[in-house]
Design a protein around this ligand. Structure first.
Ligand code: HEC
Ligand code: HEC
Ligand code: HEC
Ligand code: HEC
Length: 470
């Protein structure tokens, strides 16, 4: 870290939690979790006078929530709201609801102040005055009036829900110092962008990152950007330009068509670029008004807020208990006449003992206990990929699994339903089974969101062992 003095004021921003209480845990580096968000916001508050805000789509993921998911989604919204109160945030600016259940939810009482669209809020922290305005639909002209009429302040922040295009318009409104963007469709977390006198910043989504914005409220009209990411970006741009110029110089020198002094001038330019690249270093002093913005990943090693972790456990148990009861009569789609159905991996064991003994000890053979350990086995967002034949004729449902025979990612997930194959009499053909599952079979579950490292050849090779496919 650079050796800058402590800031006069720190802003912490979390955007678009989307009712994601924690990451699923499937990927190589799961980021996020409301307990970690709370822990890190508390940690961030220790170093300087701080204001923390949450903005954007906080409680629900999207506009269309399938009917069976609605109870679960609502529980997640409640858990998120409790975690927001416990974190603690100084205020929230919530995007307009995208569904009826979200609308109803947002009408209920809340413990944390929610900003209305275009309403100014003045905070006094560490002897500084901070004006915060949430903007979704408020037009730039109206925002300009709000800012003109608002009391004197040291800095003005706009929390904006909307596309980058409208953020740029807001940044142009006189008096705006920072536009903090939420509600973006993309995951991209971008370095600060200067727009006129203001700066545009993002914070990420699904509670995977938070934005720390350290402010030095000294003399000066505009804020100088001392963020490491900005310096890094400048360095990369310059490095690329220098490489391009160097390549061109080589060509020009070889061609010999250019005047010696032109070439010398270009060489001097290249040298200047190199000097600038070498001189780019983390700033160590603050000369005037300045800021340092950083995105901090919410990683599993951070300190968790214990009471929020308890809220999350209670949430998982509530979802589990609810779904187990609500879907207790859920049965698979019937199997067409004459078609094979699922029988479970244990049936295969009688003839493929070695394959079964291997499979039981692989992640596929334990995939259901992964969920059970976390009280997620009836969670509709999880179960489908950790059982066999989910949603298929004769396959598992959220509660139905042939008395446990179809839990875990069984043989038939890859080789297809095996009733006909397993019960063929002596001398009968056993071919109603898929020998070599195609990549598409894997991708149903090993998609980018849940298996970031997936590579068909590499993963398939891990399945081929003595006794199974070897
Ligand atoms: C009663 C014994 C028996 C049972 C039970 C059984 N298999 Fe087989 N399986 C065989 C035999 C024998 C073969 C050798 C292929 C053949 O000669 O038809 C075979 C072959 C296979 C093959 C390779 C097919 C090919 O085209 O080479 C797969 C895959 C397979 N079994 C999967 C399963 C699965 C999955 C189950 C459980 C649903 C299962 N088997 C249950 C006896 C059985
Ligand atoms: C029904 C969903 C599903 C399908 C289809 C599926 N997998 Fe998996 N796979 C999983 C789950 C879930 C895990 C992790 C289980 C756990 O640890 O709880 C996993 C784990 C694995 C692992 C272990 C990864 C590791 O880090 O050791 C390999 C290898 C693998 N799968 C390969 C495949 C291949 C190859 C295919 C296709 C032929 C396939 N899987 C199809 C769900 C699936
Ligand atoms: C789209 C399918 C899919 C869904 C939905 C899904 N998983 Fe997974 N999960 C996988 C796959 C595939 C893997 C293995 C990834 C790998 O190793 O590449 C996995 C791995 C895991 C692991 C890591 C297991 C280990 O031992 O390393 C955990 C934990 C897990 N899942 C939990 C969950 C939870 C909790 C949910 C619901 C919030 C969920 N999964 C939803 C497909 C899924
Ligand atoms: C994740 C997918 C997956 C799962 C789960 C799986 N297999 Fe396989 N299996 C494969 C692949 C891939 C091959 C290699 C096919 C080839 O080489 O043609 C294979 C090959 C086989 C073969 C034919 C080769 C041989 O070893 O005789 C049999 C039999 C078989 N599997 C049985 C089983 C049984 C029984 C289970 C469950 C205990 C099981 N498989 C679970 C993917 C899977």
């Amino acid at each position: 870290m650079s050796s800058l003095p402590p800031p006069d004021l720190r802003l912490v921003l979390v955007t678009d939690l989307m009712g994601q209480t924690e990451p699923c845990g499937c990927t190589s580096r799961p980021l996020g979790g409301l307990d970690l968000v709370a822990g890190m916001v508390r940690e961030a508050r220790k170093d300087a006078p701080t204001l923390a805000f949450a903005a954007g789509h906080l409680h629900f993921e999207g506009a269309s929530i399938p009917e069976p998911m609605q109870a679960q989604a609502r529980f997640a919204a409640e858990t998120t709201e409790r975690a927001i109160s416990a974190t603690p945030f100084d205020g929230t600016f919530i995007a307009a609801p995208r569904s009826e259940i979200e609308r109803a939810f947002l009408e209920e009482p809340t413990a944390v102040a929610r900003f209305g669209d275009g309403e100014p809020h003045l905070y006094e922290v560490g002897g500084r005055k901070v004006l915060v305005v949430g903007v979704e639909q408020t037009p730039p002209a109206a925002l300009a009036r709000v800012l003109a009429e608002a009391p004197a302040r040291d800095v003005a922040i706009v929390l904006h829900v909307g596309p980058r295009r409208s953020a740029a318009e807001i940044a142009a409104v006189p008096g705006v110092d920072f536009v903090l963007l939420a509600g973006l469709d993309e995951e991209a977390v971008t370095p600060p962008r200067a727009r006129g006198k203001a700066h545009l910043l993002t914070a990420g989504r699904q509670g995977q990152r938070l934005l720390l914005l350290d402010l030095y409220l000294r003399e000066g009209e505009t804020f100088e950007d001392l963020s490491p990411a900005t310096a890094e970006e400048r360095k990369q741009e310059l490095t690329q330009s220098a490489a391009e110029l160097e390549a061109r110089l080589e060509v020009w020198t070889r061609e010999g068509r250019h005047a010696a002094e032109d070439l010398a001038a270009q060489r001097a330019r290249l040298e200047a670029m190199r000097l600038e690249i070498a001189s780019i270093a983390p700033p160590s002093e603050v000369k005037g008004r300045a800021f340092v913005a950083r995105h901090v990943e919410i990683d599993p090693e951070a300190a968790r807020a214990r009471e929020v972790a308890e809220l999350m456990r209670a949430h998982d148990q509530r979802v589990n208990a609810h779904n187990r009861e609500a879907f207790k009569d859920s049965r698979p789609i019937p199997v067409d006449e004459g078609e094979p159905t699922y029988v479970g991996s244990q049936v295969c064991a009688s003839c493929h003992a070695q394959a079964h003994a291997w499979w039981e000890k692989t992640p596929h053979g334990r995939a259901y206990s992964t969920l059970v350990l976390r009280h997620k086995e009836f969670n509709l967002a999880c179960v489908g990929c950790h059982v066999t034949g989910y949603g298929k004729p004769g396959g598992a449902t959220v509660t139905w699994n042939l008395d446990g025979a179809l839990v875990n990612v069984g043989c038939e997930q890859c080789h297809g339903p095996g009733s006909a194959h397993a019960s063929a009499g002596p001398g009968q053909k056993r071919e109603t089974i898929v020998r070599d599952p195609a990549e598409g079979v894997c991708l149903n579950c090993h998609n980018h969101e849940h298996s970031d490292q997936f590579d068909f050849e590499t993963y398939r090779a891990r399945l081929l062992v003595p006794g199974h496919g070897h």
